[in-house]
Design a protein around this ligand. Sequence first.
Ligand SMILES: Cc1cc2nc3c(=O)[nH]c(=O)nc-3n(C[C@H](O)[C@H](O)[C@H](O)COP(=O)(O)O)c2cc1C
Length: 218
Amino acid sequence: MTGNEQRPIRAIILYDSKTSGGSTDRLIDSIGHELAETGAYVEKAKCRANADYSFVKEFDVVILGAPVYYLVVSSQLLGALVQSNLKKNLRGKKIALFLACGSPEPMAITMYLPQLKVHLMRNRILAEKIFAPHQMDDPDAISEFVEEIEVEYARAIRTRNRASKLEWSDEALEMLNAMPSFISGKIKSSLEIYAEQNGISLITPEVLDIARSSPMGF
Ligand SMILES: Cc1cc2nc3c(=O)[nH]c(=O)nc-3n(C[C@H](O)[C@H](O)[C@H](O)COP(=O)(O)O)c2cc1C
């Protein structure tokens, strides 16, 4: 068991808005309170495009959020992802995203969210949420987002622990490496699930053979 499981989640909300005391400010306060009520340690920081984001390393989960103005995600958050060391400091971090905007959800998912996600291709995204104007003060919409972050975070930690406990014999690894890369990833994760379900801690060529002939097949 790692320290991460025992201590509360450390989350930071990195946000931007041009409106002081506006809907985004209210939204991040509500998200922060809701997360804190689950036992998480939460901080918030308003983005500046050229700030130093080394402090992000201290956190397990980074929640990025902003409103949309004139079809573009608010500029200091986008700017930080492009110009500062934010992206570098987000490496390996689990991310949640939210946008506040007036457009319908399908439009926001298609046009606005990708403006953030294009910078986060290597991150695990735990949850993403578009807050429409009527949802920004809706406790249910906020709880749903926070709950998804919690559940997905717990799932990510479980997966990591499972993977780190599991070992591969040299022979099994050789067999895996000999496979075309487009199939080896799928086989590796299927085998890891199979091993977990069957209490196997060392994957050998025999395990590979048995799993191959099992109903899950591959
Ligand atoms: C000047 C301005 C431009 C906006 N442009 C868009 C837009 O292009 N697309 C959209 O979905 N919402 C747009 N909105 C709606 C805002 O994203 C939404 O009201 C958001 O909650 C504002 O956040 P704030 O109160 O923190 O500024 C715009 C709002 C303003 C005031």
